[in-house]
Design a protein around this ligand. Structure first.
Ligand code: NAD
Ligand code: UDP
Length: 315
């Protein structure tokens, strides 16, 4: 079987990004194997795919032996919401360390190409702005976000060790805040909280002063970026920031969501969830632009409209 006839494995495929990626790859005619243990994902995300001949679902933990021979692996398994960072601290540390090593070994045994999902969180509380891939970050290794941040930093380190030691065809993507259809309504992240609160006519919960910034990428843009990273022959051993370069304060996001939904309840101030909540975050995505001809195309207001419509459609 040639590499292109072998299935594509998506770990964390029942999650938000993974289930959007499953659909995109199926539409491109690929054989897709989705692996997930539903730690933070949901069966509804893949339920309608389960009847498709080109789709197979394996319910298991990614740290356990995986008995398939994929041609490509998108390794996305890991909870991603700060709401889970303390409750699921050990699961997060384990999936990003042992789980990532297991997938790198599988890629090595299978001769597969692997894309490992990292995060803008590896920049911590950044002292450089916007963040370029060359910036090493400023992370508190002992704080409540550390199992996630350091777990992803370990995932990057061990991926590069496999690249250097075995010549493994591995590529890394640092994902900046991504949103869109198939997020869990109760996942606790800012876009889902704001949309569900506004649709219920409630005030939007601003943690801290609301002047911390984020850059919000619509999921279709991210998935397009993933495909370009995976398909690029020169991307082995490389890391790419994928994110939207527009920077908004959380308060601006709240005002936009309230306006789009027509919610008159305003905002409500609450304390920060974690002392280490980054104050500013915005990608320098010029490397992806130059090497992959990729840039985020969907403006925040348009992406929010689509996401709001999706949440309305599921009730
Ligand atoms: P998600 O929680 O919706 O999806 C993650 C999926 O991984 C879930 O379906 C979950 O059940 C599964 N999973 C977790 N632990 C597992 C394990 N041990 N074995 C098997 N499956 C497991 O989150 P998401 O937003 O889709 O994130 C996907 C990936 O992208 C994660 O690696 C995350 O760290 C990364 N990321 C996401 C964002 C974002 O803004 N959405 C930003 C940065 C990085
Ligand atoms: N946030 C907020 N209200 C909420 C949820 C989140 O003000 O109901 C803030 C949070 O403190 C952070 C930003 O929004 O500064 C983004 O939070 P999210 O959990 O989406 O992801 P993060 O970028 O922190 O990983």
């Amino acid at each position: 079987m040639s590499k292109s006839d072998k299935p594509v494995l998506i770990t964390g495929g029942a999650g938000f990004i993974g289930s959007n990626l499953c659909r995109r790859l199926l539409a491109a005619g690929k054989q897709v194997v989705c692996l997930d243990n539903f730690l933070s994902g949901q069966r509804e995300n893949i339920a309608e795919l389960e009847g498709e001949a080109a789709f197979r679902f394996i319910e298991q933990d990614v740290v356990d032996e995986v008995e398939i021979t994929p041609g490509e692996i998108y390794h996305l398994a890991s909870p991603a919401s700060p709401k889970d960072f303390e409750e699921l601290a050990l699961e997060i540390a384990r999936v990003n360390s042992q789980g990532t090593m297991n997938m790198l070994e599988l890629a090595r045994r299978s001769g597969a190409r692997i894309l490992v999902a990292s995060t803008s969180e590896i920049y911590g509380e950044p002292l450089e702005h916007p963040q370029k891939e060359s910036y090493f970050g400023n992370v508190n290794s002992r704080g409540p976000r550390a199992p996630y941040d350091e777990g992803k930093r370990f995932a990057e380190a061990v991926s590069m060790a496999y690249y250097r030691k075995y010549g493994l065809d591995v590529r890394l993507v640092r994902i900046f805040n991504t949103y869109g259809p198939r997020m869990r309504a109760d996942d606790g992240r800012v876009v889902t909280n704001f949309i569900t609160q506004a649709l219920a006519g409630k005030p939007l919960t601003l943690y801290g002063k609301g002047d911390q910034t984020r850059s919000f990428c619509y999921v279709d843009d991210l998935v397009e970026g993933f495909l370009r990273v995976m398909d690029n022959q020169q991307a082995a051993g490389e890391v790419f920031n994928l994110g939207n370069e527009g920077e908004y304060s959380v308060r601006e996001l709240a005002e936009m969501v309230n306006k789009l939904i027509g919610n008159k309840a305003g905002t409500r101030d609450l304390p920060l969830l974690h002392e280490d909540d980054p104050t500013r975050r915005c990608p320098d995505a010029s490397k992806a632009k130059e090497l992959l001809a990729w840039q985020a195309a969907v403006p925040l207001e348009e992406g929010l409209k689509r996401t709001i419509e999706w949440f309305k459609s599921i009730g």
